[in-house]
Design a protein around this ligand. Structure first.
Ligand SMILES: C[S@@+](CC[C@H](N)C(=O)[O-])C[C@H]1O[C@@H](n2cnc3c(N)ncnc32)[C@H](O)[C@@H]1O
Length: 245
């Protein structure tokens, strides 16, 4: 399959402007160290993750945020994406399914899946700090660190469903091929995508390609909704659910 999306995602261990951060001069190194302090303002914490130049720094920022991530998302931002996504998944996926939570973060999605009755949950995320919080929730059978911009270390057809919430913006669209590969035929892939980057970051092109090649079919594309209504009324998501063929 061929696709050539514009690649705007953070690069592993590489700063696109200046090369590896460690070769910077002392002033710049100090500037970066200062920049890597968790911002006091909850809104700046989100922007701070988006501004990370590479995936390792992104993960370090999430490590630092992990302790208060749940409180920020629930109490400050009024985050509703996990609830909406789990409700959608539950319409299409039986409760005995093996579900991969890709970009599981602190496990907000896993907790809701467990409340719905799902008992076979796997978590992948690149931030150890976020995974540690997810582990404490006690709802995942397995948790592993993984860069979802790389091939996923799982066998073909090994899960019944993939759920990926609030994470796609950080990823390259080829992750969708990996989601299809690890999901058994008949299984379901559900994710949120930010409307402003869905086309420009190449996700729609890969979705269309997978549809054209009859690798999956669309089950649902939600109306637009605001995932963080208390703080970001202009950020708009859609939820997608696909059935793998
Ligand atoms: C906004 S959080 C969403 C977490 C969770 N799904 C939720 O809805 O609360 C985004 C997550 O994506 C993870 N992430 C970002 N880039 C990643 C990558 N390349 N590979 C794996 N995880 C990544 C971050 O570590 C973080 O936990």
């Amino acid at each position: 399959m061929h696709f050539a999306p514009r690649d705007t995602t953070p690069k592993r261990g590489h700063n696109t402007e200046t090369g590896p951060a460690m070769v910077r001069n002392n002033d710049k190194t100090e500037e970066l160290a200062a920049e890597d302090v968790l911002p006091d303002d909850p809104q700046q914490r989100i922007e701070w993750t988006y501004a990370a130049e590479d995936v390792d720094r992104l993960a370090k920022r999430y490590d630092k945020w992990a302790e208060i991530y749940d409180a920020d998302l629930s109490d400050v931002h009024g985050y509703v994406a996990p609830q909406k996504a789990v409700a959608l998944l539950a319409q299409h996926v039986p409760k005995d399914a093996m579900v991969l939570d890709a970009g599981a973060g602190t496990g907000m999605v896993g907790v809701l899946l467990a409340k719905e009755g799902y008992r076979h949950l796997k978590a992948l995320d690149y931030s150890d700090g976020m995974l540690a919080r997810a582990r404490e929730k006690g709802v995942y059978q397995t948790l592993a660190q993984a860069d979802l911009n790389e091939p996923i270390d799982m066998a073909d057809d090994s899960v019944d469903a993939v759920i990926c919430i609030g994470t796609l913006t950080y990823l390259k669209p080829r992750v969708l091929y990996e989601f299809v590969r690890v999901t058994r035929p008949g299984g379901v892939i559900a994710y949120t995508s930010k409307t402003t980057v869905h086309v420009t970051n190449g996700f729609q092109a890969v979705e269309n390609e997978l549809s054209d090649f009859m690798k999956w079919r669309l089950l649902e594309r939600s109306d637009e909704f605001v995932p963080m209504p208390e703080t970001y009324p202009d950020i708009v998501y859609r939820l997608y659910a696909w059935q793998v063929k």
